[in-house]
Design a protein. Sequence first.
Length: 88
Amino acid sequence: MKTIVALQPLVTAASLDFEPSAAELDAIDREMPLIRAEVALLDAQIMTIDRPANELDTRRVRRARHRVLAARRDLTNRAGTVQPGGAA
């Protein structure tokens, strides 16, 4: 009988001990308005999955899409004006 043995060490064992860096946390903070807008859009879409969309649902999804687009625009504009090193 042959034994099956992993030839390589576990990939995720060492990576679970690390915390996000300050730069990664700052990036998440900058993207948080977009994340919230995308979650709101997803919520609006989920509400219309199991039933026909009425006028209120259609407006809710449309407004959520507009919020996502506005958040993406704002994030892109801020990324274009920030210089490396944090100077604006």
